[in-house]
Design a protein around this ligand. Structure first.
Ligand SMILES: [Zn+2]
Length: 250
């Protein structure tokens, strides 16, 4: 079950600007966590920036450390998943938290990770996700013209090579290091990021198969989204790329 928490936001819904100015800064009025099923995110806030940051796979410890360190000096709101496993609990089973953002994606992940579940068990879990999904999505997505940057780590099995065939544009300035790359959904962001010395792909067109990832949801909704991938362990490189993007993106 996923019970609604008060909506966390830099400018809380249902709250007038005057109220916000008067009370918005009081930290205890704003939730410190948000969750969907077993995916529980700690919320770090700093300043009034429209930047949003996300760490969603608990086993990608390099990305967690980089984002935690970055937020000590930069403005924005960061969501960091708790726990240290890639998948999170849901009822008696598990789901990949980056496959929860559509029913189709969640269903595929539940089938894959819980092969012994009955269709009824799956349906109950999907209904709970349907009830809570939009609450989490509203919190994670940036305000208008803001950007959401998600940090991930990869290993041998995944690199920009897998994304190139399904991308709308690519700029591979570092072909010898395919594990480090940006994936973005906005052509203007691609234009900026492709001036960097790093690999970049653009996935702007709505994906034909919705895998339930946040990048697909962002593409569907026209939201500026940037995935920052580096190989697990390459903290200096991930921080460097994060700083480059933060400095150069509008
Ligand atoms: Zn990941």
């Amino acid at each position: 079950m996923s019970r609604a928490l008060p909506a966390p936001s830099a400018e809380p819904a249902g709250c007038s600007r005057r109220q916000f100015l008067a009370f918005g800064w009081i930290p205890f009025l704003r939730p410190s966590h948000i969750h969907l099923a077993g995916a529980r995110f700690r919320i770090l806030r700093s300043g009034r920036s429209s930047r949003r940051y996300l760490f969603i796979h608990g086993n990608e410890e390099t990305a967690r450390a980089v984002l935690t360190r970055f937020m000590q000096t930069q403005e924005g709101i960061a969501y960091l998943i708790e726990g240290h496993a890639r998948n999170v609990s849901i009822d008696s089973g598990q789901i990949d938290p980056n496959r929860m953002f559509s029913r189709a994606g969640a269903e595929a992940s539940l089938k894959n990770l819980n092969p012994a579940w009955s269709p009824q068990q799956r349906e109950a879990a999907l209904r709970a996700l349907d009830r809570g999904r939009e609450h989490l999505v509203r919190a994670l997505l940036p305000p208008r013209r803001g950007v959401l940057v998600a940090l991930h780590n990869n290993s041998e099995e995944y690199s920009v090579t897998e994304e190139v065939p399904i991308s709308d544009a690519t700029s591979l300035r570092e072909p010898a290091n395919p594990h480090a790359f940006f994936l973005c959904t906005d052509p203007a962001d691609f234009a900026v990021l492709s001036q960097s010395p790093y690999n970049v792909v653009l996935q702007h067109d709505k994906p034909s198969v919705d895998d339930g990832s946040l990048s697909h949801l962002a593409a569907r909704r026209g939201v500026r989204y940037v995935n920052l991938e580096v190989r697990l362990g390459q903290a200096d490189r991930q921080l460097e790329m994060l700083r480059w993007a933060n400095w150069n993106l509008p």
